[in-house]
Design a protein around this ligand. Structure first.
Ligand SMILES: Cc1ncc(C[n+]2csc(CCOP(=O)(O)OP(=O)(O)O)c2C)c(N)n1
Ligand SMILES: [Mg+2]
Length: 519
């Protein structure tokens, strides 16, 4: 009989996959996994499971490798589901291992078990299983990892009964599995030809271009064709320098505004985005009259749902490399795009705060954003300048930004992370501050405190309502919440003192919080 246990085999695999950080919140059904916890692994404790998932999402995106999460049976998985949905929409490779009760007592509905465990996280997982036998667990985790890492990436789930960890099994060797899908060469050639014929091409760049590392190629293509570049609606990553003369702005997630902003172009090249991402109902055409749309996309599902245009499924960087060399016709430079005027200092607004943050932060510091009504002012006043330096959720689900900032900071040691959070958003995951304090991570938590769910009030107006219940948040002391968890903080309510507070926080080697009361 083999000397290897399921535990030995799984930890050996995780080591080979480079997954030596485990984000989790433990319960009885997980403890045996951690017997003889190896020295080269670290366990990052979250005080609620949605925070473990959010941290893993940020970590996976910033390391470009799968991140491991350990959850407590059905109850822990339940708490994590909102951020699991976000990881699914972010295309983040997150491997979730959830504990399950002992196989022999499962027929009796034991305390803290999971009923139909693999069904629970569906449809927001690419693969989900409770292996039929203990000895199948390492193979299931290997399959889960390869599946998570295959484009389009995404979360996977393995439920492991508590009594499996000590069972004997055969070791499972890590394998190489290719991850890049290449676009159809004949279609790429057609695209190059069509683009060369276009009179006024425009590019829409989105999160998949960032995930595929296509920053330099996108800049080169835009410059070669003198094509303005829009950020795709609700883009969860940055894919083009926002101070570049060809940067046009951010498409709004609505059918009519997209058609309006792209009007006048005869050729739309979408790089790694669903350009048909809508937040509100809209009608009419999908693209301006007479415009031809081509989409390069990693995700076959997004290619399939596009209502118009030609889609080529494959890696964006690889595709751009293939046809960047083809000659571009001489085209005049487009007119420069208008930039927002500098905001006033009084009364203190989010726009002013963001303009000061832009002035004071290092250009390569990383922004993780979850401040819904400040997103527009952020676009106007806080340009993102370097690749891989902006992260937000693609799902719209709050409670992701604060923990994701922690995951990003863990993944990028020595780099400053700025978590830009609404007051309401902060409260969905506020106990994440404790983990940031314990790890001493250099994160500036900037809380935009407007005392309410402003984004929902904006929606009220959209629906023709003047007011709505459940949107006021008076009386929350964010500095107090930070201090109680070991993070120094300061409250600012006017432009006076703002620069000093921001500079101190940005210069700190550990976490700090700046609560900014805005008008
Ligand atoms: C998990 C979740 N619950 C509720 C919402 C609905 N929602 C969208 S924006 C918003 C307000 C967020 O408030 P805050 O962070 O203070 O930002 P503000 O709108 O004030 O800029 C809410 C509650 C959501 N998107 N996700
Ligand atoms: Mg608010």
């Amino acid at each position: 009989m083999s000397e290897t246990t399921v535990r030995d085999a799984v930890f050996a695999l995780l080591r080979d996959f480079g997954m030596t950080t485990i984000f989790g919140n433990p319960g009885s059904t997980e403890l045996p996994m951690f017997k003889h916890f190896p020295d080269d692994f670290r366990y990052v404790l979250a005080l609620q499971e949605s925070i473990a998932l959010g941290m893993a999402d940020g970590f996976a995106q910033a390391t470009r490798n799968a991140a491991l999460v350990n959850l407590h049976s059905a109850v822990g998985t339940g708490h994590a589901l909102g951020n699991l949905f976000t990881a699914w929409r972010n295309r983040s490779p997150v491997v979730v291992i959830a504990g399950q009760q002992a196989r022999s007592i499962l027929p009796y509905q034991p305390f803290l078990y999971a009923e139909q465990a693999p069904e629970f996280p569906k449809p927001y997982v690419k693969y989900s299983i409770e292996p039929a036998r203990a000895e199948d667990v390492p193979g299931a985790i290997a399959r889960a990892y390869y599946t998570a890492m295959q484009a389009p990436r995404g979360p996977v789930f393995v439920s492991v009964p508590i009594d499996d960890w000590d069972r004997p099994c055969e070791p499972v060797a890590a394998r190489q599995v290719s991850r890049t899908v290449r676009g159809d060469p004949a279609m790429l050639a057609q695209l190059a030809e069509a683009l060369a014929k276009a009179k006024r091409p425009v590019i829409v760049a989105g999160p998949e271009a960032a995930r595929d590392n296509a920053w330099d190629e996108t800049v080169a293509l835009a410059e070669a064709h003198q094509a303005p570049v829009w950020a795709s609606p609700m883009s969860s990553r940055n894919s083009f320098p926002e101070d570049h003369p060809l940067f046009a702005g951010f498409l709004v997630a609505g059918r009519e505004p997209i058609v309006r902003d792209l009007a006048g172009h005869d050729f739309i090249l979408v790089l790694g985005a669903n350009v048909f991402t809508y937040h509100t109902e809209g009608f009419g055409p999908f693209v301006p009259d007479g415009a031809e749309l081509w989409q390069l996309i990693d995700d076959p599902a997004l290619a399939a749902l596009a209502p118009v245009g030609t889609s080529i499924v494959g890696d964006i960087k690889d595709a751009l490399d293939t046809f960047l060399g083809t000659a571009a016709p001489a085209r005049p430079a487009p007119a420069p795009f208008p930039r927002a005027a500098a905001p006033h200092a009084a009364p203190l607004t989010d726009a002013y705060l963001l303009s000061r943050l832009a002035a004071l932060r290092a250009p390569d510091s990383i922004i993780v954003e979850e401040a819904p009504s400040s997103r527009g002012p952020m676009h106007d006043h806080l340009p993102i300048l370097k690749p891989d330096s902006f992260y937000t959720c693609a799902s719209g689900g709050l409670g992701h930004g604060l923990p994701a900032a922690i995951g990003v900071a863990l993944a990028r040691p020595g780099e400053k992370v700025i978590a830009l959070l609404g007051d309401g958003s902060t409260m969905y995951a506020v106990q994440g501050l404790w983990t940031a304090a314990q790890l001493g991570l250099p994160i500036s938590f900037i809380v935009v405190n407007n005392g309410r769910y402003e984004a929902l009030l904006n929606f009220c107006r959209h629906f023709g309502m003047n007011a709505v219940v459940g949107t006021d948040l008076p009386g929350i002391d964010f500095v107090g919440l930070a201090k109680a968890q070991g993070i120094p903080g300061v409250r600012i309510d006017s432009a006076e003192g703002l620069d000093e507070a921001l500079a101190t926080s940005l210069g700190a080697s550990g976490p700090s919080l700046v609560e900014v009361i805005i008008a």
